[in-house]
Design a protein around this ligand. Structure first.
Ligand SMILES: [Ca+2]
Ligand SMILES: [Ca+2]
Length: 209
């Protein structure tokens, strides 16, 4: 009986150890499976992020290519404008360095043997627009007779490059003309950038010699 009992205990112990081992193996397998699922999910997330990144890069590259094409075309057009202007004789344009009224800006130019710029062709308008990055006076006004625009050489305006709705002689107090072109605003065009303003407004002027 004693021997039989000892054998039974040994068998029970063996069964217990086998059961423990089986449970540990099962738990380890479950942990492994969870790990595998987690790795798969991480991998899928990384794939999605890479895909999004590739799409964004592709869009960004397309935008850059369009911008480069636009700037190249603009540069070629400006070179043609510059060559065309130079055919009519050497030209010199410069901007005043201080903010002044229209009359003071004109005087600034005259003190340097020049006058406020006269713009009478598309190429000159485009070229002057390419030089400026702020609102500037040009040599046009209707100070003498309201509605009759005259250049500083006393010639009458033939072709205007007005912003939409201008000149509006706002508050019946706008007689001097500024060029207002922002090239980063797509709705603005270098051929539509003039506005009448009160002559006392302070801004720089474009001189032509
Ligand atoms: Ca006016
Ligand atoms: Ca105006």
């Amino acid at each position: 009986i004693f021997m039989y009992t000892e054998m039974l205990i040994t068998d029970l112990d063996l069964e217990h150890r086998v059961a423990t081992k089986l449970r540990e193996t099962l738990e380890s397998t479950v942990r492994g499976s969870r790990c595998l699922v987690l790795i798969t999910v991480c991998f899928q997330v990384i794939c999605v992020l890479l895909l999004i990144n590739n799409i964004l890069l592709s869009l960004s590259r397309k935008n850059l290519e369009t911008r480069v094409e636009y700037l190249t075309a603009e540069k070629d057009q400006l070179q043609r404008d510059f060559d065309s202007l130079n055919k009519k004789g050497p030209v010199c344009f410069f901007m005043s360095t201080e903010l002044k009224s229209w009359s003071e800006s004109r005087q600034y130019c005259r003190d340097r043997g020049a006058d406020l710029v006269i713009i009478n062709t598309d190429e000159k308008q485009r070229f002057i627009s390419s030089l400026v990055s702020e609102r500037v006076w040009v040599g046009l006004s209707d100070t003498e007779n309201e509605g009759i625009m005259k250049w500083v050489d006393n010639s009458t305006l033939k072709q205007g490059f007005w912003l939409k709705g201008e000149p509006n002689n706002y508050y019946e107090n706008e007689d001097c003309i500024e060029l207002y072109y922002k090239r980063d605003q797509v709705e603005m065009s270098p051929l539509n950038s003039w506005n009448d303003q009160p002559c006392s407004e302070k801004k720089k002027g474009i001189c032509e010699k």
